[in-house]
Design a protein around this ligand. Structure first.
Ligand code: MTE
Length: 318
């Protein structure tokens, strides 16, 4: 594998100048969406063409760049606070209260604080990030997220040098979340974690929208993490708290089944899940006869992220 540091990646692979022209419009549109609950397109000239893509183009065929239809992405969800199946979260999650919303940032930082979502969104210009997303259950999709860099948000809180890990916590709202109310399965609220360098990596984002619209509740509104080179369970929804820590946090799935869901959870076709192969994946929204896609190490983002793990044996740090 070619190992490139992020400094070596040409800017053109990371961002598109068009985005910068459209930023102001998008911020205003998203702010309006947050306030009114309406749905507004990003104002792209041609909605079939991505305005921003971090997918390493050289490694993708035209087919793989195809964005998954929103209908598939919004009606096939993993949201265990609401249901253990894929079909019910899209209706059940509508009871989630997301306004007002704030995010608390604390732990090993110089400037801890609680930030209103509107302030976060107006201070961190939104961009579109078209990422592949690979669930640990061997299905995948390509989603045009609208969001901003998690690292930029963390920098506003001024991390101390003692901050080595980041813990993210989802909302605890048992009156609207049936599985929290019944204390079912996981220890609630849902918790995930990253190493600080993973959290600061430019591919790691907090998303507030997708397909140019405000994020649907079942997909993690109003704010969710997206880490495209890791299995989907790391991409925690409805984030209310971010803590910088000296030691690794214990994530919900790791606590529930430590031999099945590791802390790192980097997409890796060579490390099978104890109950199934991770070699290939079913593309969400694709037809019955569409062949499965070969799963790639780091979900195809190796050129950007492999250097983060160069001293680690990935078979053991799963
Ligand atoms: N975040 C919370 N709070 N609760 C969850 O159950 N499921 C995770 C992740 N984030 C989950 C979560 C899993 S297993 C996956 S695959 C993705 O969300 C699914 O995201 P999607 O429904 O937008 O496809």
């Amino acid at each position: 594998m070619i190992i490139k540091t992020i400094k070596n990646i040409p800017g053109s692979e990371i961002t598109d100048p068009l985005v910068f022209q459209q930023r102001r419009t998008l911020i205003k549109a998203m702010a309006a969406m947050m306030l009114t609950g309406t749905s507004i397109r990003t104002g792209r000239a041609d909605s079939s063409k991505p305005i921003w893509s971090a997918v390493p183009k050289s490694r993708l065929s035209a087919h793989e760049l195809e964005v998954t239809p929103a209908d598939a992405t919004e009606n096939y969800n993993n949201y265990y606070e609401f249901a253990f199946n894929k079909e019910d979260p899209s209706s059940l999650a509508q009871s989630l209260r997301i306004d007002p919303w704030s995010v608390e940032i604390g732990g090993e930082v110089e400037k801890p604080g609680t930030y209103q979502l509107e302030d976060i969104l107006s201070q961190h210009p939104l961009q579109e990030y078209i990422y592949r997303f690979r669930c640990v259950e061997a299905w995948s999709m390509v989603v045009p997220w609208v969001g901003f860099s998690l690292g930029d948000l963390l920098k506003t809180a001024k991390p101390l040098s003692s901050a080595k890990f980041v813990k993210l916590t989802s909302v605890h709202q048992p009156d609207s979340m049936p599985k929290q109310r019944n204390n079912a399965m996981l220890d609630w609220p849902y918790v995930e974690g990253l190493r600080i360098d993973e959290a600061m990596h430019p591919l790691t984002i907090l998303a507030a929208g997708m397909y140019g619209n405000i994020l649907p509740k079942q997909n993690g509104a109003p704010l969710r993490l997206v880490v495209p080179w890791k299995y989907g369970f790391k991409s925690i929804k409805a984030v209310v708290k971010i803590e910088l820590l000296k030691r690794p946090p214990i994530s919900s799935w790791n606590k529930f089944a430590p031999n099945e869901y590791g802390f790192y959870a980097n997409v890796n076709p060579d490390v099978p899940h104890p109950r199934w192969s991770q070699n290939s994946e079913r593309l969400l929204g694709s037809g019955f006869f569409t062949p499965r896609r070969q799963t790639e190490l780091f979900n195809g983002y190796g050129e950007q992220v492999a250097h983060l793990y160069r001293d680690m044996d990935l078979r053991h740090f799963f």
